[in-house]
Ligand binder design. Structure first.
Ligand code: SF4
Length: 152
């Protein structure tokens, strides 16, 4: 929902703190989750994640979340699904080239990152191309596995 998504940008600072807290809890639980089996947990995690992130961020469940780097704005809401900054068509008023009544996702991302106070380098990080095979899978578990070295 657009209004909730914009609210989340305005409240990006504390939402990011909640997000970091969740990440910390999951990292503590990592050995247990690994024992149960990541593949077995993927569906229920993806379902919970889809509801939470869908509500707050209009997440498109790409499975490779960048919210932490993009000011809590989901770049998959960009009609061109640009994950590395805006296209050249952003309007003078910050509107999207394709959907003029929508603020460019990257304008939101910049505002959100300013709210959080993340260093400029964070939003400038080059994101890898989206891997469509991961769509609908749990990005939280994937991040956990990457950090634990389970996907290298
Ligand atoms: S203006 Fe922004 S949201 Fe619209 S297509 Fe370009 S980058 Fe995407």
């Amino acid at each position: 929902m657009k209004s909730v998504r914009l609210w989340s940008i305005r409240n990006a600072r504390w939402l990011k703190k909640v997000y970091d807290g969740l990440e910390w809890i999951l990292s503590l639980l990592e050995p247990i989750l690994r024992r149960i089996g990541y593949d077995r947990l993927d569906k229920p995690f993806a379902a919970i994640e889809g509801v939470i992130k869908g509500f707050f961020f209009d997440s498109q469940s790409c499975g490779q979340c960048t919210l932490g780097e993009t000011g809590m704005a989901c770049p998959m809401n960009c009609p061109k699904t640009l994950r590395n900054g805006p296209c050249g068509g952003v309007r003078q008023n910050g509107g999207c080239e394709i959907k003029p009544d929508m603020t460019c996702v990257w304008v939101n991302a910049w505002e959100g990152s300013q709210q959080i106070g993340t260093p400029e380098e964070t939003i400038k990080m080059i994101q890898p191309p989206v891997d469509n095979r991961l769509k609908g899978r749990s990005a939280w578990l994937r991040a956990l596995r990457l950090r634990a070295g389970g996907l290298l």
